[in-house]
Structure formats: structure tokens, C-alpha cells
Design a binder for this molecule. Structure first.
Ligand code: DHB
Ligand code: MG
Length: 221
């Protein structure tokens, strides 16, 4: 039953992508370039990110970890007047994301390690309404701190794959102090935000065991 429900969701999502030429071309270009598109945000997830931007009338989005720019496109097209700043560590991913977002005037893709780029953005007093953290899992707590510094009151910090890390990790990785566990403890202790952890089913995945995922969702006080 779950598999057939997932198949129905997946078919609906494929339709969404095929009806948006930029998303469809981006998916093709990403796959042809050898960038792992199967770990990009699913169409349902991308739509959700876009709706969140609309719900809070976001003007400035920061994305940490861009991959091929699939989520970047969802953000950039979510509502008029929005601007997206993306940070990508991998030069090949950055190149493909730049190709995929070519012609979108509201996207700025920075190449570099997030922990080098984030302090520069903070120095420039950049303020964001929405920060999407989707990069190196060991560094999420540090990204989170930079995000809190640069997010306006009422803004959102969204950490992708927070649940998947817990369900996938070995017992060793679930020990206190392991990155995924540490992130949750870190956010719990941070009085500047109110947060929750939302499990999801990733219909983009073919293997049922890979379907369980989830994200950490925080609002800045
Ligand atoms: C996977 C999914 C992600 O969203 C990500 O950021 C990294 C990996 C995965 O499904 O393997
Ligand atoms: Mg992710």
C-alpha cells in the first residue's frame, strides 16, 4: 500500500517538473553532467520550500549546499522580488547549478566552503528571511549558528535530512555527541529559536528503507 501511494505521489511530482521547462531542463542537465540528481530535493519538497517562502513573504533566501541548483530554482521562482544566495563547496556542482539557473536575475551562487563564506556574509550585515541548510552533516550545528545570526526575527531556518541521519546512522553514530544527535541538542539549548523535527516520506526514493527522512524546522524569536 505504501509503495503504491509513493508511486502515485511520484507520478504527480514528475508531472510538476515536466510542466516547468527550467526544472525539467535542470534535471536533465544535472544528470547528464554526472551530478547526483537523485539526492536533490524532490519536487514535492521543492514545492513545499517555495510555499514556505510565499507564506512568510521571503525577500532573501540563503542556501547552504546548492548541488545542481534544483532547490535554488524552486526558491527563485517562489514569488516576485525574492533573491537567493547559494553557497556551494564543489566546483562542478557550482558550475552545473550556474548553468541551471542561467537567466534568473535573482540568483547569486558563491563558490567556497560554507564556513569561509558565512563569516563574510555576516560581516556584510546580510539578513535573511529563510535559511536552507543542506550540506555537510558534520558542520550543521556551525551552519545553524551562522544562520541564527543572519536570520530576521520570525524568519525560518530549515535543516534538511536531520531525521535521515538518525535513522541511517549506525549505533556508533547515534551516540551522544554524534553530529545528528548533537545538532538536536544544540538547537534545543538555543533560546534564540523555537524548533521542531518533522519526519517525512521521500517519494522521490525507490527503496522503501530510504524513504524515511525529515527536517529540523526552527523559527527565530
Ligand atoms: C541524500 C538526500 C539529501 O537531501 C541530501 O542532502 C544528501 C543525500 C540522499 O538521499 O542520499
Ligand atoms: Mg538534503
Amino acid at each position: 500500500v505504501l509503495q503504491s501511494a509513493l508511486d502515485i505521489c511520484e507520478a504527480a511530482q514528475t508531472e510538476i517538473v515536466q510542466s516547468n521547462k527550467r526544472l525539467a531542463d535542470a534535471a536533465t542537465n544535472t544528470i547528464n553532467s554526472g551530478v547526483p540528481h537523485e539526492i536533490a530535493v524532490s519536487p514535492a519538497h521543492g514545492q513545499f520550500l517555495a510555499l514556505l517562502c510565499r507564506a512568510i513573504n521571503a525577500k532573501n533566501v540563503l542556501e547552504i549546499g546548492v548541488l545542481g541548483g534544483f532547490s535554488t530554482i524552486w526558491f527563485a521562482e517562489s514569488l516576485p522580488g525574492i533573491h537567493v544566495t547559494g553557497i556551494e563547496y564543489d566546483a562542478k556542482h557550482h558550475k552545473v547549478a550556474t548553468e541551471n539557473t542561467k537567466g534568473l536575475g535573482n540568483v547569486e551562487l558563491l563558490l567556497g566552503a560554507a564556513l569561509d563564506v558565512l563569516p563574510r556574509l555576516a560581516e556584510q550585515n546580510r539578513v535573511f528571511d529563510f535559511v536552507f541548510i543542506d550540506a555537510a552533516w558534520e558542520e550543521q550545528a556551525q551552519y545553524f549558528d551562522w544562520a541564527v545570526k543572519m536570520t530576521r526575527k520570525g524568519g525560518i531556518i530549515y535543516v534538511d535530512n536531520s531525521v535521515r541521519q538518525l535513522t541511517e546512522s549506525s549505533e556508533e553514530e547515534r551516540r551522544p555527541g554524534a553530529p545528528a544527535v548533537a545538532l538536536i541538542e544544540h538547537v534545543k539549548a538555543d533560546k534564540r529559536v523555537t524548533a521542531t523535527l518533522i519526519p517525512t516520506l521521500n517519494t522521490h526514493k525507490k527503496e522503501l528503507l530510504e524513504v524515511v527522512d525529515g527536517f529540523l524546522f526552527a523559527v527565530v524569536q
